[in-house]
Design a protein around this ligand. Structure first.
Ligand SMILES: Cc1ncc(C[n+]2csc(CCOP(=O)(O)OP(=O)(O)O)c2C)c(N)n1
Length: 386
């Protein structure tokens, strides 16, 4: 069936004509929603059965990760953090998807998904210790800031090679199925990752063997500077599932309730039907990374079209309509988030850095002669200091 892609999410190459956000044309474009721009029920997907406490926790986490992004950016710009991968505008997808799964389920996350770890129980200081490259965080200070994970929390460490973990996730889900475990799996990746061979191998495997997995393709309009109409000639990313016999749908990625509803449903269906591919239509409001300049390839109008669809504002309005949130609480929440972040920064910055030669550890069970040689050369350069 021919589907419409829907405009500027990735068709916004440098141009200044008026652009309509595809979320404003959700029904026409087959993008499922629970709430509209003003947080009111659209009547499309049913309102998910989430209690007040869970809804508030979700909203508070979305605000916290927005505040982390703002602070992370300034830390990078002032030279205290080496590198930053922003996630502004993408808060609904990963946070709502994470709460749709249980703690026993496994998540393969991307580099724009800090809330996944926090919702699973990682302390904030662990994230900042990773951003600052400190010795005592799970990766021993050796990974690029924001490339995280934590096996203790059933969150697989993010791999820099985009999309490379899709077959790994399929394999893990297949293993659970063979062992008759009831564990389900979530793998989140970007639109650009769908051009990798691993995406196609993974989808084919998932269609044939039906492992209990939910794929979320976070279509944020861009893969660095590549817009979606250059990424693919397909009308949607979801429909790629059709070719492989994988159930698929599109959801409003700025509607946390819709993301939760479709992800939860896909999780529940997984033992019976296997995989689902969910295309979450959203927008990367920030730079690709701190090494990027989007002014060179996208127009202001494209970004402005998405501003009124801010996922935080929409969920807040929904909570207000339900009487779960009041404007007065907003300022206090932001202040609390900023204070928590400041405390985590102070604690993480005071932690020790890794010893330089530790970069050779944990690569092989037995270090190779080449690594031994390189380690010795480094120590020599450093005058014997480890
Ligand atoms: C296999 C591979 N090719 C290229 C890169 C360089 N690269 C880093 S991020 C990125 C864009 C990925 O786009 P997408 O999957 O849509 O995720 P997004 O960054 O938009 O969240 C690219 C090409 C990479 N990390 N891995």
């Amino acid at each position: 069936m021919a589907r419409k892609r829907g405009g500027p999410s990735g068709t916004g190459r440098k141009q200044d004509k008026a652009i309509v956000c595809p979320l404003a044309r959700a029904e026409e474009l087959g993008i499922r929603q629970v709430i509209d721009q003003d947080g009111k029920l659209t009547g499309d997907l049913p309102e998910p059965d989430l209690d007040r406490e869970t809804l508030i926790r979700l909203y508070e986490m979305m605000v916290l990760v927005r505040a982390i992004d703002e602070r992370g950016w300034t830390l990078q710009r002032s030279g205290r953090v080496e590198f930053w991968i922003p996630h502004r505008g993408l808060e609904a997808v990963h946070n709502a998807a994470t709460i749709a799964f249980t703690m026993e389920d496994w998540i393969f996350m991307g580099y724009r998904h800090p809330g996944t770890l926090l919702l699973r129980g990682a302390p904030l200081v662990q994230l900042f210790a990773q951003y600052f490259g400190r010795r005592d965080e799970p990766f021993k200070g050796r990974r690029l800031p924001t490339l995280m994970g934590d096996r203790r929390l059933n969150v697989v460490p993010m791999t820099t090679q985009v999309g490379s973990y899709i077959p790994h996730a399929c394999g893990a889900a297949w293993a659970a199925k063979i062992k008759r475990h009831d564990t389900r799996f979530l793998a989140m990746f970007g639109d650009g990752s769908s051009s990798r061979g691993e995406f196609h191998s993974g989808m084919n495997f998932a269609g044939v063997f039906k492992p209990p997995i939910v794929f979320i393709c976070e279509n944020n309009g861009w893969a660095v500077s590549t817009p979606t109409d250059v990424q693919t000639a397909s009308a949607t990313f979801a429909e790629k599932g059709d070719a492989y016999g994988v159930r698929n749908l599109r959801v409003d990625g700025n509607d946390a309730l819709a993301v939760y509803a479709v992800t939860r449903e896909a999780r529940e269906l997984a033992p019976e039907i296997g995989a689902s591919l969910i295309e979450a239509v959203t927008y990367r409001m920030g730079f690709h990374t701190s090494s990027d300049n989007p002014d060179l390839y996208r127009s202001k109008a494209d970004v402005e079209a998405w501003e009124p669809w801010d996922p935080l504002v929409r969920l807040r309005k929904y909570l207000e309509h339900k009487g779960f949130w009041a404007e007065a609480e907003e300022e206090a929440l932001w202040q609390r988030c900023k204070d928590e972040i400041q405390a985590a920064i102070e604690e993480a910055e005071a932690m020790p850095l890794p010893e330089p030669a530790s970069m050779f550890d944990d690569t092989f069970a037995e270090p190779t002669w080449m690594l031994e040689e390189q380690r010795a050369a480094l120590l020599d350069d450093l005058g014997g200091k480890a």
